[in-house]
Each structure stands twice: as C-alpha cells, then as structure tokens.
Design a protein around this ligand. Structure first.
Ligand SMILES: O=P(O)(O)OC[C@H]1O[C@H](OP(=O)(O)O)[C@H](O)[C@@H]1O
Ligand SMILES: O=c1cc[nH]c(=O)[nH]1
Length: 506
C-alpha cells in the first residue's frame, strides 16, 4: 500500500508509526503488529492506530523512524505488513516454561536493546520469568548477552571494586557513604546504579539531587581514574543497555524477577570490569527476601554467577524489616547522608550498615587487613576523608562540591501522621511506606518522600508524629496522606487501625 508521509516530531523511544484505522484494516494489521516501510532504506516499525490524528492514505512517522530513514523520504512510501520479531516466539517459550537456547537469549536481548519489542511483549517476558524463572545456564547467558550488547570498561589499574544492592528495603542510601569511603582509601569504584525499581528512590535518583548522573562509559572510566569513584546512572550509559529498558517496565509492575535481578546486577558489575564485589541483600518482611533460606539461595546464585564471570563476590545478608535510617525519597535521603558525612549525626542503622559493607570492600580490595575493614571505614567517615572524597566525586560529575545538608531542598508541602494512642511500634510495613512516598511524588519529585519519626520497637505517645510526608505538590501530599490514614504504614500497639462508619468510604 502506498501512503503519504506525515512526520511526527515526537520521540517515543521505539520505532513506531501511526496508521488511520481504515488503512490498518485494509493492510490487515492490529495494534502492536509490525509494518515494513520501504523507501531509500527499509524500516520495520510497530503500528499504532488512530481515528483522526492521521487521515486515511497517510502514515505518521515518529522521530525514531524518521532518523532510521535518515530523514530522507519520498512523498509516499510503500507499506506492507511485517512478521513479528523472532523474540515474540521466544517470549512465548518463556511463558510456556520451555528452556531457551543461548542464541535465543542473545536474540531476545538484541531486540530489547534495539527497542524492537512493544512494552506489552517486554512485560510478558518479565512476568513469565517472574513466575517461571530461568535455569542457572539461561541466567548466565542472559547476563553475558547483556554485557556483550553494550560497552565494557577496561581499567589499567586493579583491583576494581564495586558494590550493589538488590534493593527492596526503603531508605537504602548506603552507596552515598560506601563509594566515598572506599575511594578515599585508594581503591577504584566505578559505581553505576539504577533508578528506583520497587522503591521510592534508587541510588541514581538520589545522586541526581547533587550532580548530573548521565555519562558515557569512557567518561566513567576517566572520572574514576581521576578521583577514585563515581555514582552514576547505568541507564544513561551504553553499559548493559538492555538493563534499563527492562527496569522501565519492571517499575510500574513493582516486580524484580529473580533471574532478571541476577543478570541486571552482575552484567553491570562485569561490564565495568569489577574484580571484587559486595552485594547487599536486605532481608525481612516486605523486602525481596522473606527469609534466611531464600537469602542464602540468592547469595549462592550471585556468588556462583560471579565465579563464572570471573569476579569474586561476597554477599551481605542485611536487616531489611524496617527502613535504613529515617528518610525515604531522594532529597530527604541525600540530606540524611550528607549530615552523617559532615558530622556523624544520623541513625545507627544507616551508619553501621554503610560502614560494615564498606569494610568488606576495603578488605577484599586489600586496603584493610581481614577483620580491620569496619574500623577503617568508620575512621574514614569520622575523620572527614569520606566527606572530602564525596565532594570530589560531586565536583567531577558537575555538581556543587560546597553543598551542605542544609542546602538540600525538601518538598514545601508536608503533613504529619500522628500516633492514635500511646504504645510501641509493633509493625512497620515497608511496602506501604514506599507506596506513600511514591504517591507523594517520589522519586521523580526529588523533594517528595517520608520522614520516619518512630521505627519498629520505638515508643510513642498519643498525638506525637510517627511519620511526616513531604511533597512538591499539594494534591500529591493529600493523596499520600489519605492513603496513609486509610491503611497506615505502621501499627502502634493496641491501636485502632480504622473506624468505619460510612459505607460509601469502605
Ligand atoms: O527500588 P529498589 O527495588 O528498592 O532497588 C533499586 C536500587 O537498588 C540498587 O541500589 P545500588 O545501586 O546498589 O545503590 C539499584 O541500583 C537501585 O538504586
Ligand atoms: O540494579 C538492580 C538492582 C536490583 N535489581 C535489579 O534488577 N537491578
């Protein structure tokens, strides 16, 4: 079918075109099908329909398709239905619990990287692998395919150390302390992080409060060699590029499938050339690891995958039943981290966890003797060397190194949730606190989040605040507050959770 071109100058992140319903019917394609557009070059694109945006006889080409056609096309183009990519059949195999071959996994990762799949197809892949998981062998191929599809960094100096958290515990801002502590002791740590996956602030979201986080692989290498470490967003690099595309679909589903988590973390570590890695596995109710047995199994899987990829991996099973520190949401977490770096003022849960994991890395990297890592990490924090190093990292990434905790802007709208009775906090629900922070606008609104006044086991008096919610927009604050009141994130012993009197509000 010959159709007249109508450029649509919008980037949608995929090769997409829009057809009028009538032409689509005539071509015999449905939404999500592919068409081949023949001109000077041939491009395959995913189809969307419209009744009125594109007239019959026309085809709307989004920005990416225009680029693929090198922005040169004749007035009309030839359009014909195209077959789905092989990966659609491969995803079906994952859904049917059939084992994939190495070639199939490489094909799938290639299509994910090149944006040849619709979000529905990617979401089907993630959901199927969440339910059915993958074998050890498949997970290794998935990891290698992710590494091979992007750039790799090779440092001249070794060892390269790195850390990663599997996430799942709110307020886990420890990377902001660990990277400067480790770098201040002469080790190289090129830390790439994702944005939030199941949480309300990933490390990349946090660091972005202080400095840009989008860099190329060669900039990461250069900056790390200059100051010892960086904290950047992996999704902006061409390092394991499929990773961020998968995470973007995981985020709205709030899932992190086991095989995908392994591949996502280990691909990023392998691609930056890490030799020694510490992985934080927060464990407990409301985290990604409900119990010790699951934690040990995941640790075994991570260590074994590390071995096959040539990395030494140590795992830290950490306490995750309640948030790390007292803040959740980018700006609040950054302020808490800066306060600790500036004056050691801050929650013990946060300081101890950061120092413990940094100590493991110092020992693995040879900067501290066995058993001495914790004390060296603590000393580096106490003597201000970690703060000085963090300032260097902020500066090299293009932020203001003179920033202090007092400069960090928190959302201007806030509201307290108060204890309804005297008592102890007997239950703290991680997932609810994340939902409330997300409703308030985190992680995209950097100033949004939650401050926790009372944590698990702490006592509170009736009328005292248990949490304060912060937002950048009044409407988001009200939505978060309503949710917190209807289904509280923490339970005070003996507390009446909710009195229901109006059937319309139940
Ligand atoms: O949103 P959830 O699922 O909690 O976890 C995701 C966070 O966990 C990891 O932290 P880090 O990069 O090791 O600091 C990721 O990179 C990301 O920042
Ligand atoms: O980087 C990360 C962290 C947790 N889970 C993932 O899938 N990737």
């Amino acid at each position: 079918m010959q159709l007249k071109v109508q450029p649509i100058d919008i980037k949608v992140g995929k090769f997409k075109v829009v057809l009028n319903n009538l032409d689509a019917k005539e071509l015999g394609v449905n939404p999500g099908d592919r068409v081949r557009i023949k001109n000077h070059t041939t491009v395959t694109a995913i189809v969307d329909f419209t009744e009125d945006m594109i007239s019959p006889g026309m085809i709307g080409l989004y920005h990416e398709v225009q680029e693929q056609l090198h922005r040169e096309w004749t007035e009309t183009v030839e359009v014909e239905p195209a077959e789905k990519p092989k990966s659609a059949r491969i995803i079906r195999k994952v859904m049917d619990q059939q084992k994939l071959t190495k070639e199939e996994i490489y094909e799938l990762v290639k299509d994910i990287t090149e944006e040849n799949l619709t979000d529905i197809e990617v979401s089907a892949f993630l959901t199927a692998s969440y339910i059915n998981d993958m074998t050890e062998e498949e997970t290794e191929w998935l990891t290698r395919a992710m590494v091979d599809s992007g750039e790799k960094i090779e440092f001249d100096m070794h060892p390269i150390v790195d850390k990663h958290s599997i996430g799942g515990v709110p307020g886990n801002k420890i990377t902001l302390l660990i990277v400067p502590i480790v770098a201040a002791n002469g080790l190289l740590i090129p830390k790439t992080s994702s944005r939030a996956i199941t949480g309300a602030g990933g490390t990349a979201d946090l660091m972005e409060v202080l400095a840009p986080v989008e860099f190329t692989a060669s900039q990461i290498k250069e900056m790390t060699q200059k100051v010892g470490g960086v904290i950047v967003w992996g999704g902006a690099t061409n390092i394991a590029p499929a990773d961020d595309k998968l995470i973007k679909v995981e985020y709205p589903l709030s899932i992190d499938p086991h095989c995908q988590l392994l591949a996502s973390i280990m691909a990023k570590k392998s691609a930056v050339g890490a030799d020694k890695v510490v992985i934080d596995l927060p464990m407990g109710s409301g985290t990604k690891i409900p119990d010790m047995a699951t934690g040990r199994k995941l640790a075994r899987d991570l260590m074994s995958l590390g071995e096959r990829l040539g990395m030494e991996v140590d795992c830290a099973l950490t306490y995750g039943s309640s948030p790390v520190g007292r803040t959740i949401g980018p700006a609040l977490e950054v302020r808490e981290a800066l306060k600790v770096l500036e004056s050691m003022e801050g929650p013990n849960s946060f300081i101890e966890k950061s120092v413990g994991l940094a100590g493991m890395l110092l020992e693995m990297g040879g900067a501290a003797a066995r058993g001495q890592g914790h004390d060296l990490a603590l000393e580096t924090l106490q003597n201000g060397k970690a703060l000085a190093k963090f300032k260097e990292i902020i500066a090299i990434q293009g932020g203001d190194p003179n920033v202090t905790s007092n400069d960090i802007q928190i959302g201007e709208f806030s509201a307290e949730v108060k204890a309804p009775s005297n008592g102890y906090i007997i239950e703290f629900r991680n997932k609810r606190i994340v939902q409330i922070a997300r409703l308030a606008g985190a992680p995209n609104d950097k100033g949004a989040g939650v401050y926790i006044h009372r944590k698990l086991g702490e006592s509170v008096k009736q009328g005292e605040p248990v949490i304060t919610i912060y937002a950048e927009k009044e409407a988001k604050l009200q939505a978060a507050l309503k949710s917190a009141r209807q289904d509280p994130p923490l339970i005070v012993e003996g507390m009446l959770i909710e009195r229901l009197t109006d059937i319309r509000e139940v």
